[in-house]
Design a protein around this ligand. Structure first.
Ligand SMILES: Nc1ncnc2c1ncn2[C@@H]1O[C@H](COP(=O)(O)OP(=O)(O)OP(=O)(O)O)[C@@H](O)[C@H]1O
Ligand SMILES: [Mg+2]
Length: 289
């Protein structure tokens, strides 16, 4: 199987080759290949039902691809073939973390507890998987302190410090979205996959999100895959954009190239120009032009 030519220079972090995902007769992803680089934000965009979330579900082990190879090039540990790994091993061993289109926090746990639970694996390792370890080992107590420190760090970065004790389910929507990102970052990922992190945010929150994602990319030197309909976010912070339509990759390039790509405009506007304009995303795209 030959790899599609890299879409750009840079340290490749994730290589998707010929990914196909079928559900019965429905082809949700159809022979998609692309690369995402380290220290870059790669946006995955496309109309509703294009296959974006399905792509994340394949990358994070929720689905086993029908065909295809998904290689995570870990900067320190070497290559992982994600399609061959159990879902639970993917965040732990390969360092791939994600957030969900429909927020999935532990609503009855506080902000701080959500961030500590995310570090369960590291804490269990430090316990030696024994009760004695939990109760007595110095290593465990140290790991516990580090877990709280990391949680504090990300609460601070996401502006949630003064809400540490509030149950996640009682937070305003924008705070829940940021808590999901903080929780993913508490697993120390090398690849962060965000499924519509700007959905439901107001313009101010959306601009704060841009700053947070840039900070994560630049200061933590990891790669980000970003599914997003909000073009003000996509066009402003993406280094590279992949466009899916009906499960197929129809374009790839810089924000500038994508903005002017006729296939992309057609996919968003539809073939029939007399039809009423579709969602906000199209208006944003047109304004950008
Ligand atoms: N578990 C599943 N079983 C059957 N069909 C599915 C399943 N998951 C997704 N699909 C179908 O695959 C296609 C792609 O869905 P997907 O959720 O990946 O789209 P999307 O690009 O994330 O859309 P949106 O922008 O609306 O979130 C859709 O037709 C969807 O109905
Ligand atoms: Mg989706």
């Amino acid at each position: 199987m030959s790899v599609a030519a890299p879409d750009k220079l840079g340290d490749s972090l994730i290589t998707v080759e010929h990914l196909t995902m079928r559900f019965g007769g429905l082809v949700a992803i159809d022979d998609v290949s692309f690369q995402g680089a380290n220290r870059e934000i790669t946006a995955i965009i496309g109309p509703n039902g294009a296959g974006k979330t399905t792509l994340f579900n394949c990358l994070t082990g929720f689905y086993k691809p029908t065909v295809g190879r998904l290689t995570l090039h870990h900067p320190r540990k070497g290559d992982f073939l994600l399609e061959r790994m159990e879902g639970y091993q993917i965040p732990q061993r390969a360092g791939v973390a994600r957030t969900f289109q429909n927020i999935r926090l532990f609503p009855a746990m506080s902000v701080l507890e959500n961030l500590i639970v995310a570090q369960h694996n590291a804490l269990m390792r430090a316990s030696g998987y024994s009760v004695a370890g939990l109760l007595g080992l110095r290593g465990y107590r140290q790991a516990e302190r580090q877990a709280v420190e990391l949680a504090r760090f990300w609460m601070d970065r996401t502006g949630l410090t003064d809400r540490a004790d509030i149950d996640a389910g009682n937070l305003p929507y924008g705070d829940q979205r940021r808590l999901e990102i903080a929780r993913a970052m508490c697993t120390n990922p090398v690849l962060l996959c965000l499924d519509e992190p700007a959905a439901g945010l107001n313009p101010r929150e959306s601009s704060d999100l841009n700053a947070l994602l840039r900070y994560i990319r630049d200061e933590h030197s990891i790669g980000i895959l970003l599914i997003e309909h909000d073009m003000s976010v996509v066009m402003e912070i993406s280094d590279h954009i992949i466009v899916l339509d009906y499960g197929r990759r129809i374009a790839a390039g810089t924000p500038e190239e994508i903005r002017n790509n006729p296939d992309v405009i057609r996919a968003y506007l539809g073939e029939n120009e007399d039809e009423p304009l579709p969602p906000e995303v199209v208006r944003d795209m047109e304004e950008e032009r």
